[in-house]
Ligand binder design. Sequence first.
Ligand SMILES: [Zn+2]
Ligand SMILES: [Zn+2]
Length: 264
Amino acid sequence: MTPTFIDSHAHIDGPEFDDDRDEVLSRARAAGVKTIIVIGATGDVAAAERAVRLAEAHDDLYATVAIHPHDVAQMDESWWAPLRALAARDKVVAIGETGLDYHYDHSPRDVQRRRFAEFTQLAAELDLPVVCHVRDAHDDARRILAEHGVGAGKARGVIHCFTGTPEDAEAYAAMGLYVSFSGIVTFKGKSAQPIRDALTKVPKSRLLIETDCPYLAPVPMRGKRNEPAFVVHTAEKVAGELSMTAEDLAALTAENTREAFGLP
Ligand SMILES: [Zn+2]
Ligand SMILES: [Zn+2]
């Protein structure tokens, strides 16, 4: 029997999939990827709404809503009401992705910090997990999360596409956060080694996998447009690093994802 995988972070609402989205979903299902979390955060409120509508059209899709740290410079206060309305829809299972990206700095850092704090607060208020994008900003991210009750109370969250050090991974897990690994773990070369090392520091109960498609396609698909079916390659690599079978890793991460996002 084909194991059942979950892709915990996919941007299949985006224009990269407009020509063949149904085929992409068929390939995912054929590969055993039975559930996909669609991240509605790239751009503006209309983008968030697109992700929610997509999830509402398919039983096996769920959505998140927020505004990506790259795009918060454009965010206006008038966006809160429609974002809150979207967050209340049945298929919306998290607030995100939100966070801090000091690598690209596409939005001013003070604006990123303010919006990350506000979205984390909203997640806590709605009792939803917060999906965090953190690049070169782990100390600030942990401080803001802690200030808004993550790790201390019921608020929970995911550090998606983890790119920090093994110590960062341990610190997030100690706060009760889930840590999600993308195709980067399959990349050859030295720069991906700390991320593979971090894998072994995350308690198994906190481990998730994702594609972050259309970016970061795992080996042997590297360089192609990524899609949810390819999460299988990441699962195989992670399983190998942890000396588990791909079947056990699939079952473990699927169960963790259901718990992280409160999926049925
Ligand atoms: Zn991200
Ligand atoms: Zn993303």
